[in-house]
Write a protein that binds this ligand. Sequence first.
Ligand SMILES: [Zn+2]
Length: 385
Amino acid sequence: MLGLYAESIFAKPIKMKFVFCCYFLLISAAAIAQPAPNAENIFIITTDGFRWQEVFTGADSDLISNPRYVEDTTLLKQLYWDSTAELRRQKLMPFFWNIVAQQGQLYGNRLYENKVDVANFYKISYPGYNEMFTGYPDPVFIPNIPVHNRNTNIFEYLNARKEYAGKVAIFSSWNIFSAILNKHRTHLPVNSGYENLPDDSSYNNEMINVSQDLIVHKKNTRYDLLTYLSAREYIEHNQPKVVLIGFGETDEYAHGKRYDLYLQQAANVDKMIAELWYYVQTNPFYRNKTTFIITTDHGRGKNPTAWYKHGILTKGSGETWFAVIGPGISRGGEIKSDQQNYQKQMASTIASLLGEQFDSRKNNADPIFIPMATGYNTALLRHPK
Ligand SMILES: [Zn+2]
């Protein structure tokens, strides 16, 4: 029976087939002429004060064998050391170097004169995240304290637009994010530090809240794993379109002069991003419609005696990096061309990847030029100056 039925379909008159062919040709022509839609969702993931040196060259030879900064140098070398920078970075951050390097783009390897810098003078976290999310390196110095930010950020801008209203979600380890993104004015859903999730028996929120409550010595930065679990739980149940996850432990371990824990935390961050990317790419709501931008708020000292600190007086503190992967992002891998990009361009880059234009009325910087695959809209992305 099935055979007969199939035969009758293919036995339609030739004229009919011709009409169908023309129809499909027209559809394909329209697809070529129109730029493909940009990303529908964007996830921004930051890991505080993580150096470009480790992103692009893996574990540092001086630091990994220095017992002042590493408790077990033999074991840490077995975990993260290898003969070339390519092998070392792959050991440290397999998601970056197996997935992003194949399917996306990585910026900031200064060995190729590909530079990403902060534009703010201070090179610490509050000014850094302000610059990143408002597109404006505020000359007024706000140290890392909970002062409500006067500048308009990209998340409140998107949250005010119909397509993203109520679909923005922010989770951070560091408790100052609520002030940097001015939760009071913006009413953005910012979950930062050891803030509990809403009680909802249908979610795993209670399990996360209980774990948080059990932490005895709560610091300003909660465990990144708890931040990640909180974000994951929210994403699975609410499908936000704009997500910020701010990890913080890389900076904490660096200040503690623990290069071993700093490296291990970078590997953990890479693993959490890999898991999130896998979730996104296997979920029909997000699959092939979601861009990830991964970056940091500042660099650290470049020489082996200053790696653990950062600020105005520490050389290297302004040097950063970013990685991007998502629909239409061309497979550029590690960008090796002579370029200068700035952290202040991040806010408008986030907007332009969604096909939006961020105008904060405060002299915010132009988007970064990110090469896109043929047929994608690049109109808003500008070439580096
Ligand atoms: Zn710091």
